[in-house]
Design a protein. Sequence first.
Lengths: 321, 335
Amino acid sequence: MDAPFLSVRNLTKHFAPTAFSRGPIVRALDDISFDIARGQVVGLVGESGSGKTTIGRSVLRLIEPTSGEIRIDGVDITRLSAGPLARQRRKMQYIFQDPFASLSPRMTIGQILTEGLDIQGIGNRHERRARAQKALAAVELPVDAYDRYAHEFSGGQRQRIGIARALTLEPEFIVADEPVSALDVSIQAQIINLLRDLQLRLGLTMLFISHDLAVVEYICDTVIVLYLGRIMEVAPAAALYARPQHPYTRALLSAIPSLDPLAKQGRQVLKGDIPSPANPPTGCVFRTRCPVALDACAGTVPPLRATSDGHLKACIRDDIA
Amino acid sequence: MDAPILSISGLRAVFRIAGRDIAAVQDVDLAIGSGETVALVGESGSGKSVTSLSIIGLLPKKIGHIAEGSIALRRRDGTVTELTGLDPESLRKVRGNDIGMVFQEPMTSLNPVYTIGEQIAEPIRIHRGKSHRDAAADAVRLLAQVGIPDPDRRARQYPHELSGGMRQRATIAMALSCDPTLLIADEPTTALDVTIQAQILDLLAELQAQRGMGILFVTHNLGVVAEIADRVAVMYAGRIVESGPVSEVFTRPRHPYTAGLMRSVPRLGQASALKAAGTPLPTIAGNVPSLALLPKGCSFAPRCSMAVDACRTAVPPLFAATPTQQSRCLRWEDL
């Protein structure tokens, strides 16, 4: 098999108190390792404080990891200096959650779409315009959008502009951070279909971040479930939904309200709150809310290991699979 | 059914924008009985929040007002009060006393410089005339009722010391402090993680069973509606397009918008099958229209695959599809 396009090894990010803030170290990520093969889409799913956005930003080195290795196309970007990093970044783009906050109200869509090309010094003015218009067509927006401003567009259209901006640099790798969370239900599915279509057509490799397990199923080949900065379970998308192995994955799936008014009966409601990442539980971080935790769960951090049907799970209990 | 707690008829709320009156909500009829949960569901700009703000008289004063219609509230003593046109002082007595409110963002509805206990005790003192000491004791009791462990200690803490789920429990305690007959919950779980959302939905159902209050639950999430509501009203572009018992509307929607919305909701396990077959996810084509530029006739017609010429001439009335289910679609029988 080819080397993976993205390879994350033992990624750890601790936010230490600064001169202006007091308090303990926040352990946002602890020992995260995963790969994404070229042309594959991996979903990162978890609740607030699970570390999904910290991973997304780290892999583009928008924040500096505390330790660990991030290889993109074989190059460890955690060790690159500014110049080579900027060149490497050409291959990678970010799509943001909020289509209102992520587009400048003072720039035309054309300026927004060509800014990255300007910074990277790609093409002359005509070529940049042509690339931007091609990107607009790819996200199914009219060509005249080029000279208009962001406020003239609805939320769904703005998210298309955000996607077009990511496409103008013709990246190989995209981090999509909650790209549909701010959108209405009827628009969400449109944007997911568009991303899936572009991903297949352009052979993009993608890291798709969402708090909503229901949203990632269609677009992702593999799903990683995070809790409090650690990986709980990794599985191919279809298998994760059909046979979740980790008690947290099960609870998360069970908590999603179903359209079927009768489905409520089998629901399992987790007790308590997500603990603070400044003071995570010892051993398995999920044990304080886990319905099947044992005394032994407090002792050691459960390693991520393969189950009989091809999932990876960080849980010492085999008897509940 | 007994006389409803809340009865809205012919509500029309307008906003003055760029010198023009734009109806954010029109032709809205809605009734809520005691012990009943009615969900108002719709996407952004559908008018669901404007409807709930109209009830409590909290439309933005400078630009918004109720232009037509009636909002009648049956109070604890059995008298019925018309809320539209009520003077601000009387309205203030209704709010927080007969009507409790819970909003989306618990951090913005709590005051950061007062303790949780003080904030829950305040309405009890104002509306019920209780002493500081009695109101403080009530506050601790209410915190226990909404499932906050160690309520004595929590009552002395400030909002920032509580998690998001705890804060929402505290705002629910505040809303219930004067034992309201109607609780308005406007997207109360939208800012919460799903495992916490499940806890809050269970809590609301449990409190309603104990107290028998009516709940108006405003949400964009159809799954949440299925979990919590007895009846549902679906809004689109300022109008109710379909209403009825959740069990009827969700098993047989009689408006193409409701049907499209239900198809758009991702269902666990289904997407994998669609992907394997190379089929795109079902969507509703187009975008929600701007309220300033509503099409003539049915507002949904431009996005509707079933639309015929008659849909574009006049706004359809509400048809009784069943004795309990209504649809604002000319072609409801074809669905």
